[in-house]
Design a binder for this molecule. Structure first.
Ligand code: GMT
Length: 378
């Protein structure tokens, strides 16, 4: 198949999923064209059947903001026509599915049945729970859901939320996120432990784009509650709006020597491999890909009992799920897990097994079958 993938290129789960999906499809012999504003952060090295089309919106003094969605639509239309794409897979309803829908309209006079490509849309979470929840965007989100040929959501939770909020006419299939366990596997590098100054203590990790929904402040509080009884270091990987406040909090609590702000790092397996616990206290999370990737590397997770987490993290087996904001429970659970070696090993092994149920190859097959269905219907 010839597949177009429209996604965010920035540090975040939806871009990671879209890029890993494209790479896996390409390795199965499909031709993949990526559309984004910059090279997707997980793109990696050259592959003969992957093409990347940078979308640059026009800048002109009269315009307050560049017309990215229109530039994207024009680029999709152009590439879809010349490369004869079978499917365009939009990751995010707004703006990607909207732009793809418009691209199809741009091609209407050239392919009168208006089906020059099939439009698949994957909802990732923020497009529904944040963008879609904004009243100014509701009609647009509902329109693209209904106009897509097929729609998927990354968890049952997100599907249910979408149905509740938008009452779409379209069925929504659930295809969960995935992880390549041949790459995401624990392999401890003693030099890295030394470089990070980890010594013989425990390592707690968090990876995200530091948006308010990630509750970075709770991570710092939980860690602060741990360090009087446990020799531990906190690795904070990523960057975003909450980082500076978290740095202030760390200084105020006097734990700067125990916390490393590492910024955005693309190669996270080495960091996960030296970690003992992942903290994900988000107050909303449609899936939580970083937690699945941690589990594949044998890192148990303390997360929250909301969103998609309970669909793949079993409380008391792969980690613990607490109420959002319940710092005391999270701290107690983290202490329990980090001080009981037997429990930690059992959880770590169970995490690795659980991650295999979300193996990339299995879920990529599901996407392939989904595309084929759309093409047969067309
Ligand atoms: O979590 C983020 O802020 C990034 C965001 C994104 O759009 O990249 O992640 C969303 O999509 C991921 C991939 O499907 C999911 O694993 C995340 O749970 C989801 N984020 C939220 O729902 C907050």
């Amino acid at each position: 198949m010839k597949i177009g993938i429209s996604c965010h290129h920035t540090y975040g789960g939806s871009g990671a999923v879209a890029t890993e999906l494209g790479k896996a499809l390409a390795s199965k012999g499909h031709t993949v064209h990526f559309f984004s504003q910059g090279a997707p952060f997980r793109m990696g090295s050259f592959s003969p059947n992957i093409f990347y089309h940078e979308v640059e919106a026009m800048h002109y003094p009269l315009f307050d903001c560049p017309f990215h969605s229109l530039a994207l639509a024009s680029k999709i239309a152009e590439v879809a026509w010349y490369e004869e794409l079978d499917v365009v897979h939009a990751h995010y309803a707004i703006p990607h599915a909207m732009s793809a829908m418009l691209a199809r309209q741009m091609l209407e006079d050239r392919c009168p049945d208006a089906s020059c490509f099939r439009l698949a849309t994957t909802l990732h979470g923020t497009d529904i729970t944040v963008v879609g929840a904004d009243s100014s965007m509701q009609a647009a989100v509902r329109l693209v859901i209904n106009k897509s040929d097929g729609v998927t959501a990354v968890s049952e939770y997100l599907k249910d939320e979408t149905v509740r909020m938008f009452l779409p006419k379209k069925d929504i299939a659930v295809i969960p996120n995935f992880v390549d366990t041949s790459l995401f596997t624990r392999s401890v590098n003693p030099d890295l432990r030394k470089e990070l100054g980890l010594g013989s203590g425990k390592t707690v990790i968090h990876i995200s784009n530091f948006r308010p929904v990630k509750c970075i402040g709770d991570i710092v509080k939980v860690f602060h509650g741990l360090v009087d009884s446990i020799d531990a270091t906190l690795l904070l990987v990523g960057d975003g709006p909450e980082r500076s406040e978290a740095e202030t909090q760390v200084r105020r609590l006097g734990i700067t020597s125990r916390v490393r702000f590492l910024g955005k790092i693309n190669e996270i397996v080495p960091l996960l491999s030296v970690s003992d616990l992942m903290l994900m206290p988000s107050n909303a999370e449609s899936f939580g890909l970083a937690a699945l990737e941690a589990m594949a590397c044998g890192v148990p997770v303390i997360g929250t009992d909301v969103g998609g987490f309970p669909e793949f993290i079993e409380d008391g087996r792969h980690g613990f799920l607490c109420r959002p904001g319940d710092v005391a429970s999270m701290t107690g659970r983290a202490r329990q897990l980090l001080s009981d070696g037997g429990m930690w090993h059992a959880f770590s092994d169970a995490c690795v097994l659980q991650a295999r149920r979300y193996e990339t190859a299995l879920l990529v097959d599901r996407y392939e079958a989904f595309y084929r269905e759309l093409m047969q219907e067309g």
